[in-house]
Design a protein around this ligand. Structure first.
Ligand SMILES: NC(=O)c1ccc[n+]([C@@H]2O[C@H](COP(=O)([O-])OP(=O)(O)OC[C@H]3O[C@@H](n4cnc5c(N)ncnc54)[C@H](O)[C@@H]3O)[C@@H](O)[C@H]2O)c1
Length: 257
């Protein structure tokens, strides 16, 4: 069992992970707003995590906090030689450089969407885009009425997966008075109710349509993905890893002991 230090332990995702982890799998947590209702100790900063726990009881840090916490997290992970799963979103270029530098010494897994189902959608959509050359592509995403940004980060990941050399993104077509160009890829956002997240990539060709969809029922899919990523990264050499590496490992036959 991979032993975890949970960063952002008291947030929505932190609590999801604690609920899905095995008994005693979460050794400790770090959160700037610690709560006392967890079954493991939560410290307000990495500097307060006891050295003994860091060196003897923890295999991986799983981070669902905020990018601001990155420097302290990487310093702590490097000091104790711990692998890391970075799940927070919103890193800038400076953060990316710090992650690349730390990955010289420790194994770092990073993904803005840890759902294995969404990874499968991206992989299939990329393949379909190549096979269905000449088909028009349109991406539609649906989310609950509390979501602030549009289109979703996952819709943009899908755009990157299906884009062709000449592609240009078109965000909605409100006010347009010209017909669709072949190189356009439309991105459309729908907001309403409590929809956890739905993404559809449509390929529209002469006389046929292919629709690939992914629907998230709740946020537990990200927590399951994070636990899977933690088990994977615990055994890896220093370097940067992502969902492609995890998927490749899942497809490899289990080594016989
Ligand atoms: N990769 C994925 O698949 C995935 C899925 C869902 C959410 N996320 C990302 O995970 C992050 C957390 O999401 P959430 O919905 O749980 O948010 P949240 O606001 O509910 O929880 C964040 C927690 O982190 C704590 N925190 C903030 N700054 C911190 C710091 N510097 N050090 C330690 N703890 C700190 C907060 O006190 C809070 O308890 C966001 O960046 C979100 O976009 C990623």
């Amino acid at each position: 069992m991979t032993k975890i230090l949970l960063s952002g332990a008291c947030g929505r995702m932190g609590r999801q992970i604690a609920a899905l982890a095995e008994e005693n799998q979460i050794v400790a947590g770090v959160d700037v707003n610690p709560r006392q209702d967890t079954s493991f100790p939560v410290y307000p900063s990495f500097s307060l995590v006891p050295d003994d726990a860091a060196q003897n009881q923890i295999d991986v840090i799983v981070d669902f906090s905020r990018p601001e916490g990155l420097p302290a997290l990487l310093e702590f992970a490097r000091k104790h030689g711990l692998a890391v799963v970075l799940a927070a979103t919103g890193y800038n270029e400076q953060d990316a450089a710090a992650i690349a530098d730390a990955a010289k010494d420790i194994a770092i897994f990073r993904s803005a969407n840890l759902s294995i189902g969404m990874h499968v959608l991206r992989t299939l959509a990329a393949q379909a885009s190549q096979l269905l050359a000449g088909f028009d592509i349109e991406i539609v995403e649906k989310h609950h009425n509390q979501k602030i940004d549009a289109p979703s980060g996952s819709a943009l990941l899908l755009y990157d997966a299906v884009r062709r050399e000449e592609s240009i993104p078109v965000f909605g077509r409100n006010g347009r008075t010209q017909k669709r160009e072949e190189r356009e890829i439309g991105l459309h956002a729908i907001r309403g109710g409590t929809v956890a997240g739905e993404h559809e990539v449509g390929f529209y060709g002469p006389g046929e349509t292919v629709l690939l969809t992914h629907a998230a029922q709740d946020r537990s899919i990200f927590a399951r993905g994070a636990l899977r990523a933690a088990a994977f990264i615990a055994d890896q050499q220093p370097g940067e890893y992502g969902m492609d590496d995890l998927a490749a490992a899942m497809l490899r036959p289990q080594e016989q002991s």
